[in-house]
Design a protein. Sequence first.
Length: 337
Amino acid sequence: MSTQSEASLRAQPTNCAGPFRGPAPRAWVLNLDAEHELAAHRSYAPTADLRAIVARERMRLIGSLVGPHDVVLDDDDPVRGGARDRRAEGILGSAWCPTPRALARLAAAGARPVVAPGLDVLRRVNARPFAALVRAPLARGSFEKHVVATLDEVLARLASPTSDGWLVRRTFGAAGRGRRRIAAGRPSEAELAWLVASLRFGPLVLEPWVRVTREYTRSAWVQRGGEVVISPPCFQATTPHGAWTRTERAERGAVSREDDTALEEAVAVAGAALANAGYFGPFGIDAYRHREADGTTTVLNPLSEINARFTMDWATAMSAAPESGEALHRLEALSER
């Protein structure tokens, strides 16, 4: 497995010569609810509320990940007014996450879906226990994550004292969904019901609740042959509940050499683990600095989550000027390799 990192990524030209020419249009299914589909044991259909959230949030991708001539498909039937919607016919089709539902929607619209990993692979690599396993040898001075599969194990871990309580994460979740902060000790009846319901979807990941001082993200692409193309470092901001709000590229020197080295190692290790699991395509990792128990010093958590799909900041991370179309050229070039 090889990696291509910041210096070479910045040096690569776009795949156009002379006057700027945009990449070929592509069809998109922006299924920002993909984790819900991955968690479903049977067929999946989003609720009306979730559809509204997805429709609102996907607008933030227009002009960066999604180009001005691209076609964004919604959840409606591809036949409109008795005639097939032909906007996507014959063009390449991509998805936020290539779940079966997303690929079927692309095919129904006449697009040519990109080659994608299978459902079993997507489920494995987007499950939070996978990220916890990849993170374990990288954690160094940061806290330990605990993967627990039974209610007794959960209750035993929650009973352990920690100053700010515990963060409990379901197997699948994104944008602040599928997680809950629970105080150390015996959970309330409502918390207990949430824990029982959550265990039906798979193991839980428990970690101490910490006070975050700086958030990072790194984006990347895993080639089918295993090569990992890594973005420069970015700063990220999220809500107190963990939902993304914005990403900014870090200026040269804004990230300490120690953190930059650890973050690049984390994304490279994550990319290798993804490739070994059979995944290829876009991904990103989240990381952050947090206060230690004494409240005065901070330590790096080099890998909080792995998102084996596109992310809200993928275009910003992979291109110095995503609004110019450079990120779309990057995507086109990576897709062809």
